[in-house]
Design a protein around this ligand. Structure first.
Ligand code: SAM
Length: 263
């Protein structure tokens, strides 16, 4: 009996296992792991992607929370020196301490923690050379939304300030067992070449500006930043605009004026 048949999928852990090998092959091709290269995999599950990465002779560090799946993975990859398993929560892992130098990261992410994981990865973007992630299509649409799109929000700008994200392809529900209710998409993310000073201030600026999407940027910002009107005029941003219309470059200019202040 295969592991997929024995294991009862846990919805609380976002367990929709990839059963179509063609998509597993496309994701691993996008990661392009070379022998000896370190690839971190979040949520290996039954090992659909893992076996391709291990087969490519990459040094795979897999992080899985489900104890039953960890048992299965240890059996499956016993005797493979290029496979290491961390049994635990991917949200609590210190990605900077897992390997020397930059690493690649691959994941068919558990959808219930995808936003929290993206925020964590954005904080540690400089630890990676490339990330290939499967997410709900709706989340990929959000993180790749251009200025002016109503999909653009806090998460979009946070991710855009850390990575260049490019959607690669969609994956239909039929590729998984059990089938999710929604479409999925695979996105490739490469760390941005610059780093943002005062990141906590930048996050505070974004969360304040996007607090109520229907409000103007000034009405949102002035709740936390009393001098918001002056700051907007100083950087040449019309105060009646909505946060979703700003480009990354405008956010960075605004951050340089008010992002680091306590408000
Ligand atoms: N990679 C496998 C595949 O493509 O078939 C499984 C993907 S499934 C969508 C998500 C996996 O993440 C499951 O194995 C689940 O147990 C695991 N998981 C859920 N929450 C996790 C967490 N906080 N940390 C690590 N793994 C987690």
């Amino acid at each position: 009996m295969k592991g997929t048949d024995r294991h009862r999928a846990k919805r609380s852990l976002g367990q929709n296992f990839l059963v179509d090998p063609a998509y597993a092959a496309r994701i691993t091709a996008a990661i392009d792991a070379m022998p000896g290269e370190t690839v971190i995999e979040i949520g290996p599950g039954h090992g659909a992607l893992t076996e391709k990465l291990v087969g490519a002779r990459a040094d795979v560090i897999a992080i899985e929370l489900d104890a039953g799946l960890c048992f299965e993975l240890r059996e499956k990859f016993a005797g493979r020196p290029n496979f290491r398993l961390i049994e635990g929560d991917a949200l609590n892992v210190d990605y900077g301490s897992l390997a020397i130098g930059t690493v690649k990261l691959a994941a068919n992410l558990p959808y219930n923690i995808s936003t929290a994981i993206l925020q964590k990865l954005a904080k540690h973007s400089q630890n990676f050379s490339v990330l290939v992630l499967m997410l709900q299509k709706e989340v990929v649409d959000r993180i790749t939304a251009k200025p002016g799109s109503s999909d653009r929000g806090f998460l979009t700008v946070l991710v855009e300030s850390s990575f260049e994200a490019q959607k690669l392809f969609d994956v239909p529900p039929a590729a998984f067992r059990p089938r999710p209710k929604v479409m999925s998409s695979v996105v490739q993310m490469v760390p941005a070449k610059y780093d943002i000073p005062e990141r906590p201030g930048f996050r505070r600026l974004l969360s304040t500006a996007f607090a109520q999407k229907r409000k103007t940027i000034l009405n949102n910002l002035k709740v936390t930043f009393p001098y918001a009107a002056n700051a907007l005029s100083e950087v040449g941003i019309e105060e009646r605009r909505r946060a979703e219309s700003l480009t990354l470059e405008e956010w960075l200019r605004l951050h340089a004026i008010i992002g680091g202040h306590a408000g």
